[in-house]
Ligand binder design. Structure first.
Ligand code: ATP
Ligand code: MG
Length: 434
């Protein structure tokens, strides 16, 4: 391609962010450190898709550029010395609210251009400083191996040494060399993710390499494997992506094995469109995916995939309800509530979506009505009626709520009557100490 191919950067960037990029551009030109936006930004700008984030590569020492930025414009720098990368937390100004944020701060990641070599499949690479060309060669796919230059007069110049633009036009996800998937099997998941996100195909030569790398998927660390799965589960097209992972046999290699794909396919199919109540799509889809795991299966998986405690709790709750759904048949509302009280709402919602009509009706009744049923008399009121402080208060409260749920009590007067009966009973049995 010619050197004059330029990308009209300002068209794709919110003004707030552009101010920052101009600062980077000016200083990197001054320091003689060529700086580039790489990867997703260029890809999505060329596809006219919304821009998610910015990855900035510096030819030379990115830490040096970072220190100069702090000196000139303020903010602060965190440095990751071994890889010569840095994060610039920019000084906070209201007009910069378009930037990414880690906590409350806006930041830009600065990466020194590098080459990477892999000693073992699925291991972390050995890193050496290099040129932009090296840095593009270490990437996953041609469509991500694109860069646009920022410094000085070069502002907007496109670099496309590996044919990324042509593949964007043809709609192809293509690896850069035949060992790519073996070096880093997360790329198997990434290839599927980009293909389904953009409606692309995995290029046939690259696709032919997939089976050869499958045996290495299970060598990935829990963090890296789950990170890529989380990214997939957070995408709008998560379900077609999972279908592809299954079709290629990509997650089938993970040990301990995930639950049956056939059943998961059915449940996830029902959940293809997220219900509007879902706040965390990633968590929701994990629950739907894994809810038929046995507790032992799930514990092993949670460890293999390094689930957060919160996620583990929710998936465990979903599977405890789901695996016990049979027994909800014909239960009274109070029994249903007793099983569900205290479980995370999201888990109940996820199971509801996957249950048959009768069970779903029960779960929905719980969520919309039963959950909130509260008798008039609370613990204090019971004490005033002469129930001594102690476990009996809780017990009577529970029974009273059950009476409301099952329709034995339907009014405040009815509640008083019910309580009178129960308290009378208690005195007769002599278990009141007063
Ligand atoms: P998006 O964030 O929209 O999914 P992205 O391209 O920004 O896309 P990131 O995961 O943020 O993706 O990664 C940034 C860039 O780093 C990618 O464009 C790619 O060039 C490179 N990259 C990420 N993961 C890998 C990998 N496993 N192997 C090689 N290069 C990778
Ligand atoms: Mg990104």
């Amino acid at each position: 391609m010619s050197m004059t191919d330029r990308l009209d950067i300002p068209r794709f960037i919110p003004t707030s962010r552009l101010v920052l990029l101009r600062q980077v551009a000016a200083l990197s030109a001054y320091l003689g450190l060529p700086a580039y936006l790489v990867g997703g930004f260029v890809r999505d700008a060329l596809l006219k898709q919304p821009i998610n984030d910015f990855d900035l590569v510096v030819e030379g020492d990115a830490v040096k550029l970072g220190r100069a930025l702090v000196k000139q414009f303020g903010g602060r720098l965190t440095v990751h010395a071994p890889f010569k990368t840095a994060t610039w937390f920019v000084p906070h100004r209201p007009e910069r609210s378009g930037a990414q944020s880690k906590g409350d701060d806006d930041f830009i990641d600065l990466i020194s251009a590098r080459s990477e070599t892999y000693e073992h499949p699925a291991a972390l690479p050995t890193v050496k400083l290099g040129t932009l060309a090296d840095d593009l060669r270490r990437r996953d796919f041609t469509i991500n191996a694109l860069a646009v230059r920022l410094d000085g007069d070069h502002f907007g110049e496109l670099s496309d040494p590996l044919g990324g633009r042509a593949d964007l036009q043809r709609g192809l996800v293509r690896v850069l060399h035949s060992n790519s998937f073996v070096d880093d099997p997360t790329r198997l998941l990434r290839a599927v993710r980009y293909a389904e996100r953009y409606g692309f195909k995995i290029e046939s030569g690259s696709e032919a390499l997939i089976p050869l790398a499958l045996e290495y998927v299970d060598k990935l660390s829990p963090e890296r494997l789950r990170h890529e799965l989380d990214l997939i589960l957070g995408e709008e097209n998560a379900v077609p992506m999972l279908e592809k992972l299954w079709a290629y046999g990509i997650v089938r290699c993970v040990r301990p094995a995930l639950p049956s794909e056939e059943a998961a396919r059915k449940r996830l199919g029902a959940a293809r469109r997220l219900p509007s109540s879902v706040r965390d799509p990633v968590q929701f889809r994990w629950m739907v995916w894994l809810m038929d795991a046995t507790p032992a299966q799930f514990r092993a998986l949670a460890k293999r995939l390094h689930f957060t405690a919160d996620l583990a709790k929710k998936v465990a709750a979903a599977s405890s309800i789901y695996n016990d759904l049979e027994s909800f048949k014909g239960t009274r509302p109070s029994e249903c509530a007793a099983r569900l009280d205290g479980l995370p709402e999201e888990a109940i919602r996820a199971v509801s979506l996957c249950a048959d009509e009768e069970r779903r009706a029960l779960l929905e009744m719980y969520l919309t009505k039963w959950r909130d049923v509260k008798p008039f008399a609370d613990g204090d009121a019971l004490q005033r009626m002469g129930v001594p402080f102690g476990p009996r208060i809780g017990e009577i409260s529970r029974r009273l709520r059950a009476a409301w749920l099952d329709g034995e009590v339907t009014s405040e007067a009815g509640e008083r009557e019910w309580l009178a009966g129960v308290l009378q009973d208690g005195y007769n049995r002599g278990d009141s100490k007063q």
